[in-house]
Design a protein around this ligand. Structure first.
Ligand code: DQQ
Length: 582
């Protein structure tokens, strides 16, 4: 059975999970360009964001990094480390944590930052020990007064948490940021599959500690999920009710008030998809209970909402005390072949960091690229298209936008009457619906949206669009990213991504907004004001030699009107190009 999303992700042309692949590549080079403003190391492989934090006026991002090549380096993963003052421009530092000790000799895997009282940053992370067993370790900033936190020390008393006997072998990892519970003790989450003989329950274990060194497991997990296999990288954080001061959220999991609602995010390993639910964290029992939310099943996290309906995994958030907001990072994997990655010399991006908050409906999160990204704006383009009516088959260029741009467009639908009837069976699989009804299939209302990374002759293009369907008393909006024509190359993922946009269109004056960040090989889209997000990797051939274009289009029977268009060329950010020295 398929639930909510789909298991057909962009891994089609890759091993089922990159970290099941033992090979370690050492070739560098390749000619394909990097991105203009997405976070990536100067070369080599990166995956999960680790230990993001804001400390002493500096943003830190650590990430799973293979110093030896462009493939996942299972046994030799280090923590890459970069610093920034604006979340946009980054300087690369030395790796922070390397596999050098008996408790992490076979890889330093994902983990999280906690800033201890007195301002000492601590990292909890998973090590593959000398016997290749997953254990949880701790590392401290050697000199907390160093604003760059360059050096990290691993106490000899590691591991702090050994592999439990009742957990499936090596399904035990990814400690969360710690928080203090009602009894004054620290708590962390660790993902585990509890059971034996190849079957186990996807569990989010809670460990408690008085001193941050001796950890004891709670009898009950925070949450368990039916049939999810292994879940990874758990993230629990509080959300402000509409109108509440976000500054109160400066707790890893906001235990200050039992009344405060929380979000639990789990990364489902089988499908490499991240799911979240809004719910109640009980700060006495240390349990999380999702709230009833439409057709979603509380006991099965694979039916929950997704941060991103595209190719994004292993997300991790942090509280940004500088701007009183929660910020989300996530890994955007490649969707070409491993050989391509090796030839190019790098693999993997991070999303543009997103501000995350609870929508006024109390059910879903909204996400928006951090404002700082706007400092990259150079030239405004396309404003002459405001007011444009795009009729059936209409395609109009946003001249000058190019391959490195941010486009926000608001479409108004003058007549919703023509919307086709929504079939309830579609509810569980918006991606399939997008595959069946791609950009070339006209509907009553939609597809309308943007064509990006398009060649001048439109032979190559990635389309991001909406379709509106009618239900008994309202409308259902489908958002798709159709990759079927994204490139003429083969051996890359070329189907589609899809999700529904949960909003009342009529309340919004029959309008819907789309913001798309275009950056050569990555297309990050925010539908309905960040209610539904979708990130895709694209590998257009034309972009190697010629310009790319952006168009507004409508392939539905009914017309649409562009009521707002805010499009900008973006300059290149300084991302890890110059190593910081001295
Ligand atoms: N990636 C890490 C693990 C984590 C997985 C290893 C998720 O710690 O479970 O690189 O992408």
């Amino acid at each position: 059975a398929r639930h909510g999303g789909s298991s057909r992700t962009a891994y089609h042309f890759q091993p089922a999970k990159p970290w099941q692949n033992e090979s370690v590549a050492v070739r560098h080079g390749g000619s394909s360009r990097t991105t203009g403003y997405h976070f990536q190391p100067a070369k080599n492989w990166q995956n999960d964001p680790n230990g993001p934090m804001y400390h002493n006026g500096v943003y830190h991002l650590f990430y799973q990094y293979n110093p030896l090549g462009a493939t996942w380096g299972k046994g030799n993963l280090s923590w890459g480390h970069s610093v920034s003052q604006d979340l946009v421009n980054w300087a690369a530092l030395e790796t922070a944590i390397d596999p050098t000790a008996p408790f992490d000799a076979n890889g330093c895997w994902s983990g999280s930052a906690t800033i201890l009282p007195g301002g000492v940053p601590a990292m909890l992370y998973t090590g593959g020990d000398a016997d290749r067993v997953q254990v949880q370790n701790i590392a401290f900033a050697k000199n907390p007064a160093d604003p760059l936190l360059r050096e990290w020390v691993k106490p000899a008393y590691n591991p702090v948490i050994p592999h439990p006997a009742d957990v499936l072998f090596n399904q035990f990892r990814d400690p969360s940021t710690a928080w203090v519970g009602s009894d004054g003790m620290w708590r962390i989450l660790v993902a585990a599959q509890v059971g034996s003989n190849n079957t186990g329950i996807a569990s989010t274990l809670v460990y408690r500690s008085k001193d941050f060194r001796h950890w004891e497991r709670n009898a009950s997990p925070l949450y368990t999920s039916r049939a999810a296999g292994m879940v990874e990288c758990p993230d629990l954080f509080p959300v402000a009710e509409p109108g509440m001061d976000e500054g109160r959220l400066d707790y890893a999991a906001g235990t200050a008030s039992g009344a405060m609602r929380h979000v639990l995010k789990l990364s489902v390993m089988n499908t490499t998809e991240d799911y979240y639910a809004v719910g109640q964290y009980d700060n006495v029992a240390d349990t999380f209970t999702p709230e009833v939310d439409g057709e979603r099943i509380i006991e099965d996290c694979r039916t929950w909402r997704r941060f991103d309906y595209g190719h994004v995994y292993a997300s991790k958030s942090f509280f940004d005390a500088r701007k009183n907001r929660r910020v989300l990072w996530a890994w955007v994997n490649e969707s070409d072949s491993e050989d391509d990655d090796i030839a190019r010399g790098w693999s993997g991006l991070q999303i543009v960091p997103r501000k995350v908050w609870l929508d006024g409906d109390g059910k879903q999160l909204r996400q928006w690229p951090v404002d700082e990204i706007e400092t990259l704006r150079t030239k405004r383009v396309g404003h002459q298209l405001v007011g444009l009516h795009v009729n059936t088959g209409g395609v109009k260029e946003i001249t000058g936008a190019g391959a490195q741009a941010a486009v926000e467009v608001v479409f108004q639908i003058p007549d919703l009457e023509g919307a086709e009837t929504f079939e309830p069976k579609w509810l569980l699989d918006p991606q399939k619906l997008c595959e069946e009804r791609g950009v070339s299939v006209p509907g009553g209302v939609g597809p309308f949206g943007l064509l990006v990374m398009a060649s001048g002759d439109l032979r190559e293009h990635t389309s991001v669009f909406f379709r509106v369907f009618r239900r008994s008393d309202n409308y259902r909006i489908l958002m798709c990213t159709d990759l079927t024509r994204s490139t003429r190359r083969d051996k890359v993922y070329k189907l589609a991504y899809g999700g529904f946009v949960d909003m009342d269109m009529e309340e919004q004056g029959s309008t819907i907004s789309l913001r798309t960040l275009v950056d050569y090989s990555v297309v990050e889209s925010f539908g309905g004001g960040g209610r539904t997000c979708m990130t895709a990797r694209v590998y257009p051939e034309h972009a190697e030699k010629s310009n790319s274009h952006v168009f507004v289009f409508n392939n539905g029977t009914g017309g649409v009107k562009v009521t707002r268009l805010d499009a900008w060329r973006l300059k290149t950010a300084t991302v890890n190009v110059v190593p910081l020295r001295g």
